[in-house]
Every structure is written in structure tokens, then in C-alpha cells.
Design a protein around this ligand. Sequence first.
Ligand code: GZL
Length: 335
Amino acid sequence: MFGRKSTRMRASVALGGVALLALAGCGGGGGGGEETGTAAAGGEGGGDELVRVGFSQLGAESGWRTANTESIQASLTEENGIDLTFVDAQQRQENQIRALRDFVSQDMDIIAFSPVIETGWDQVLQEIKDAGIPVVLVDRTVDTTVEDPFVTWIGSDFRAEGVTAGEWVAENFPDANIFELQGTLGSGAQVDRQEGFREVVGDDAIVGEASGNFTRAEGRTAMEAALQAYPDTDLVFAHNDDMGLGAIEAIEAAGMVPGEDIAIVTVDAVKDGMQALLDGKFNYVVECNPVFGDQLAELIQQVHAGEEVPEQTFVEETAFEQADIDQAFVDERPY
Ligand code: GZL
């Protein structure tokens, strides 16, 4: 990961705290996906008192992403002093790059995005830097040669999530033959969860791996193939709930009992995943909290005001075993 001179999340990034002039003007534009927000809605947005923010969301691939988008759109509002242009990239990097370039041409005050994968951003990040627009990185991480590519990042400690999952497996299934159902290959969440997990369980415990691209359908397909290729699998570590739910479908279609014949450990803790845990089909779920829109809105205002901001903000999260929850707890989950 550090094979070339690059700025990656784990490396400290100089604090930005760039003082900015609030630029008047209307938002809008942003190609390669559905655009929503104050400007797109033709609203009153764009007044000089609102901070004009262009946000490129990577997609809508999972329950986590849906909850994250809802949280961001609920917080980055005119009432909170923000004129939001929000573009969904449908999990395609080229759509994100196009949207980021549109935000530059629209002279946004701030550009925020969740990069679908870690690499391939050098040119567009340099273009944004040359335009003098501060970047707020959200959720996923980047690996870039651009100096000081963003002012601040908010999200989860993916490596710690992998370690937490690995420690539970080492404690409860020390001799498991593990199939690893990876997220989008090259994404920060996939790279770091895998690194943390395998640091604990050891590479030798992994009998096979394949990506389900963080989606339920692709998780099912990958699990169906794994059941054929690795019949001695007795535990699945899925990098998110949605792929774990797809694995449940594959395991049941093969006539086996998920959570018993094959244990399943996942990350996210969205409502469907927590229901699977309560139903005994998941064995352990590490939380990855998508609801941080209010913290993001605050960071954006601080950056726009030229205030010092932390280089990284980690969201609060925990982990759950089956005995930790009941139906009321699942029903009350905010996402
Ligand atoms: C994690 C986020 C991951 C989720 C998946 O912060 O990037 O992407 O774990 C989502 O559900 O697809």
C-alpha cells in the first residue's frame, strides 16, 4: 500500500483549515449519475449565505450506503447553511471523477466524496487542488501521490473492524476453515478489513476468498461458487451484511443451516443484518456506523469558516453477538 510515495489514510495529512471566501452562485450539474439537492431541485439554494457543497456518493449498493446517503441528505440542508448538490455514481469511478470535475466547473465552495476504490484519483485531486477548492473525504479512503489532497476525513476504522471480527473468530472458532467474502476489491473498506482480520486469524486459516462487491446478489453468487470450490468451509467472514445475507441464501439453497453448519461473521449491523443475527443465521456482527451526516455538516461549516479541523474523525461503533440483542433492539435500530 505504501509502494509509492502516496498519501493514504493511515499517513498523517497536514491539517487544512483553509480559509475560504463564500462564493455566491448556483449549484447544479454533476454528470454520471442521478443528481439531487437544493440546486438540482431548483430551490432557493445558492445564495451567498449558503455553503455550496458538491457531494459524489459512490453508489447505492448496500443497506449501509442507503442509510449513509439518508443521513448525509438529512444533514447537509439549507437549514444547516448548506446548498447541496448530490450525485450518485452507481459504483463507477469514472462517474465519480466526472462529477468531481463538474463540481470544479461549478466552482463549489467544498467538494466531498466517498471514493469507490483507493487509487486512480491523482489527476482529479490535483485539478481540485489547483482550483483551490477544499476536499472533505467521507467514509472510504484514498491512496494518492497528491500532497495534502484533502482537509479532513470522517468514517470508520476499517482495520479495527477487521481486527474485532478476527478476535471473535479466534476466540470462538479457533480452528475454522474460513472463506472470506471480500468487498469491492481495492476499496479502503476491503483492503483494511482484510488486513485487520488476517493479522489476527492468520493467512493459513483462509481456505478461499472472492469479492461480492458489497452487494447481496454478488455475495450469493460468490458463496455458491465457494461451496463448490471449498466444501470444507465452516465459517464465512463477509466484509458487509449485504454479502452475508447473500451467503445465507446460497447456504440454505445448498441444504445447509447458516449460523450452524457454516458460521457467518459480518460488518455493518444494518437492520437486516441484525435480524439475521437474532434469527441465528449470523453469529457475530461488527458495527460500522453510517449515520454521521450531522458531524459531516459541522466539519463542512468549520472548513468553510477556515477553522482548524481534525485530520480524521472516527465514528463511534461496537459489535454484537446473538445474546446481546432482542427483537425490540432490532426494531428500534435507526438503520
Ligand atoms: C464502510 C462502507 C462499506 C460498508 C458497505 O464504511 O464503505 O461500503 O461496509 C458499503 O456496506 O458498501
